[in-house]
Design a protein around this ligand. Structure first.
Ligand SMILES: CSCCC(=O)C(=O)COP(=O)(O)O
Length: 233
C-alpha cells in the first residue's frame, strides 16, 4: 500500500548538517549583539522566553545563547530567536538553504500520487518557512502540506508524533504515515507512535552503530530509494 503521508526532518535529511552548524548557527550568533542593542526591552518575547537569570544584561544573554548553540540545544526559546535572526540573512541573499538534489523530485512525485508531505523540525516554523522560501531551488513552500516544530513536543518523544497525527488525522491514527530523519532516536519515537520509520544516511551525518540499525529501515540511497520502496510494493 502506498503511504498516506510522509513527515520529514530537515537537518541531515534534506540538507547537510554543515549548513545548520557552520552557516546558520554562526550567523545567528554574529547578529545577536546588534539585535539586542536595538531590541532590549522588558517585554520582547524573544528575550523573555529565556530564563530570567540569563537575561540580566545583553552580554549575559549573548553568553547564554552561545552556550546553548555549542550544545546544539533544541530549546524553543533558542529556536525562536535563531529563526528571527536568520530572516535578514535570507532576505539579503547571504543565506541560501541547500537542499539535496534527490529531495524535491521525490517530494513532487509523492504529491503527484496524492501523498501529503509535512515537515517536523526542531527549527521553528518561522525558520522552516524561511528555509523553504529561500532555498537553492527557489521558493518551494508550496510542495508541503504543513510544518511542525517543537510546539508539539521534542522530536525524541513518542507523544509529539501522536500530537501531529491527531492534528492531521483526528482519530484515524498512524496507518500510512512515514517519518524520515537522520536521527535514530527520533525515528524510534515515531515508530513507537505507530508510524513507519526510516533513518537517512548522508555524508557528514553521525555514524550509525550496529545497535542503531536493528529493526530499522536504513536509507542509503536518498529519497530516490524512498520512492522506490514505498511506491513499488
Ligand atoms: C529550519 S532550518 C534550522 C534547523 C535547526 O535549527 C535545527 O535545530 C535542526 O533541527 P532538525 O530537527 O531539522 O534536525
Amino acid at each position: 500500500m502506498p503511504p498516506k503521508a510522509i513527515l520529514i526532518d530537515i537537518e541531515g535529511t534534506i540538507c547537510p548538517i554543515t549548513f545548520v552548524k557552520q552557516t546558520l548557527y554562526p550567523y545567528a550568533l554574529a547578529a545577536l549583539p546588534t539585535y539586542l542593542s536595538k531590541n532590549w526591552t522588558a517585554t520582547n518575547p524573544l528575550i523573555t522566553a529565556f530564563p530570567q537569570a540569563d537575561t540580566a544584561t545583553p552580554e549575559a544573554l549573548v553568553e547564554h545563547v552561545r552556550t546553548l548553540t555549542v550544545q546544539d540545544s533544541k530549546s524553543p526559546a533558542l529556536k525562536a530567536l535563531q529563526g528571527h535572526l536568520w530572516q535578514a540573512g535570507y532576505e539579503s541573499g547571504e543565506l541560501v538553504a541547500p537542499i539535496y538534489p534527490d529531495v524535491l523530485p521525490a517530494l513532487r512525485a509523492w504529491r503527484s500520487r496524492d501523498v501529503r508531505v509535512y515537515v517536523y523540525s526542531s527549527g521553528s516554523v518561522r525558520a522552516q518557512d524561511l528555509f523553504f522560501r529561500y532555498s537553492c531551488e527557489g521558493d518551494v513552500r508550496a510542495v508541503f502540506n504543513g510544518f511542525f516544530d517543537t510546539g508539539v513536543g521534542a522530536k525524541v518523544e513518542e507523544g509529539s508524533y501522536r500530537r501531529i497525527l491527531r492534528e492531521c488525522e483526528g482519530e484515524e491514527g498512524a496507518e500510512g504515515w512515514v517519518f524520515l530523519s537522520d536521527h535514530v532516536g527520533e525515528v524510534r519515537a515515531a515508530m513507537e507512535a505507530g508510524m513507519m520509520g526510516g533513518v537517512v544516511v548522508r555524508e557528514g551525518n553521525a555514524r550509525l552503530g550496529e545497535d542503531d540499525k536493528v529493526g530499522m529501515w536504513v536509507i542509503e540511497g536518498g529519497f530516490t530509494e524512498v520512492t522506490e520502496k514505498l511506491f513499488s510494493e
